[in-house]
Design a protein around this ligand. Structure first.
Ligand SMILES: Cc1cc2nc3c(=O)[nH]c(=O)nc-3n(C[C@H](O)[C@H](O)[C@H](O)COP(=O)(O)OP(=O)(O)OC[C@H]3O[C@@H](n4cnc5c(N)ncnc54)[C@H](O)[C@@H]3O)c2cc1C
Length: 395
């Protein structure tokens, strides 16, 4: 992928055009059947992933000195949106789990040794990641994280449990978020949390798959840590600053999740428009009815509006600005618009909308997940209410 000049306005420059063209070419290699096997039967999407690596997509947001393209989150959101729009259902989750949780975290907050060791294999597609934040007892209240990484002088001993962690079974490394200072002993509840580079295959780590019912390329797991020993070199960044450092990961995660929702929504609408042109009921294609056309147009325009917010948030990340508000708004608008678009696409297909042959039912289920993770719509609204509108904290 060449690093030609990127657009600074609403139009797309040569770099974005090339990204979209390459993404479309990759997507064209993988048909619905391929994604059905990946998302339902657990087939590894290795060929697709290698194509993404060869195109430079996995290193889009990794600095050039570590073998990446140095193009930033804006490029990554364009990649994910285009792949999803052209049928690569689950590409968003794959990009969140490895390039965002792995490469972006290490590029932004890793030690020099961690960057040297892991970024190149991540960019080449030789290494996979997962990220263990969510806990059964804490939910989205990350201040209540109870997984404990007790400092021992030359390392840490971890005890606790995580839930809903994607991709653990095939991950080489795990970004683990744990408390290094007990909640009672910190000045602020957001303090005392640290980031670690863990290994799911280590002694002291036990992983059990969960069944979520969501067609997805990554299985979810619950994990228990039982006197799991980590070396001091496993710490990412500064001890106790983990939750603040995580914003460098969480904002890109939200933006890539948002881009994925926009792409999946457009994919569903294009399929609905194709179906509507073909399907004749009452002696005319259903596409001739405004009750079909207008909602399709509404949903498409809402996805385009959400895409603008994605670009705004990505621009803020790439220019070291405050990306929080735009990332939360982009994630909220994109996941809601993506879900509504997929839901209407199912409606346009009638009974076929629920037949697995037509794929839109998978897009619909995937879009439903987008309103819960990464980060639920309610938590996006809480952020906007408190941080943008200065309303009192409601919880
Ligand atoms: C398929 C899948 C993959 C996932 N992958 C990962 C992963 O790789 N790593 C990881 O760490 N986690 C992962 N998660 C977890 C995911 O991020 C959480 O499920 C999500 O953040 C919601 O948390 P919860 O399920 O604990 O819901 P809860 O926090 O229990 O919330 C339940 C409901 O209450 C609402 N709610 C809670 N508090 C408030 C409030 N203050 N105001 C308004 N509404 C509120 C929520 O919005 C939600 O609708 C995954 C989840 C799924 C389903």
């Amino acid at each position: 992928m060449a690093t030609t000049e990127q657009s600074s306005g609403f139009g797309e420059g040569p770099a974005e055009e090339m990204i979209r063209r390459t993404a479309r070419e990759i997507a064209a290699e993988y048909d619905d059947e391929y994604w059905r096997e990946v998302n339902h039967e657990g087939t590894e999407p290795d060929a697709f992933w290698q194509d993404c690596a060869d195109a430079g997509f996995l290193g889009a947001a990794v600095p050039e000195e570590y073998g990446g393209e140095g193009m930033g989150i804006g490029a990554m959101t364009t990649i994910v949106e285009t792949l999803e729009e052209h049928g690569c259902m689950g590409a968003g989750m794959l990009f969140v789990v490895t390039p965002v949780f792995g490469s972006i975290t290490l590029a932004r907050n890793g030690t020099d040794a961690q960057r040297e060791q892991y970024l190149e294999p991540l960019v080449k597609g030789d290494m996979k990641f997962c990220m263990a934040l969510t806990e059964p007892g804490a939910g989205q209240n990350t201040r209540n994280l109870a997984t404990d990484a007790e400092p021992t002088g030359d390392g840490y001993v971890v005890n606790g449990a995580k839930q809903w962690i994607s991709g653990v079974g095939r991950a080489d490394k795990m970004l683990l978020i744990a408390r290094t200072t007990p909640l009672e002993a910190v000045e602020r509840p957001t303090g005392g949390i640290s980031l670690f580079l863990a290994d799911p295959a280590d002694d002291g780590v036990e992983c059990r798959p969960l069944d979520t019912g969501v067609p997805a390329p990554e299985t979810q797991y619950e994990i228990s840590f039982d006197d799991y020993e980590l070396d001091a070199s496993a710490l990412i960044g500064e001890e106790g600053q983990g939750l603040y450092q995580m914003f460098d990961t969480i904002n890109p995660e939200r933006l890539v999740g948002a881009a994925s929702a926009v792409g999946a929504g457009k994919c569903a609408l294009r399929r609905a428009a194709d179906y509507a042109r073909e399907r004749e009921v009452f002696d005319a294609p259903i596409a001739t009815h405004q009750a079909i056309q207008h909602p399709l147009a509404d949903h498409y325009s809402k996805l385009e509006a959400a895409e603008m917010l994605v670009k705004k948030g990505a621009w803020a990340v790439d220019n070291d600005g405050d990306a929080g508000a735009a990332a939360n708004m982009a994630k909220l608008r994109a996941s809601e618009a993506g879900y509504d678009a997929c839901d209407f696409a199912v409606q346009v297909h009638g009974g076929n909308g629920l037949a697995t042959d037509y794929f839109v039912v998978d897009l619909w289920k995937g879009a439903r997940l987008g309103r819960i993770a990464p980060g639920s719509s309610e938590m996006m609204r809480n952020y906007i209410a408190e941080r943008v509108l200065d309303l009192p904290r409601s919880y």
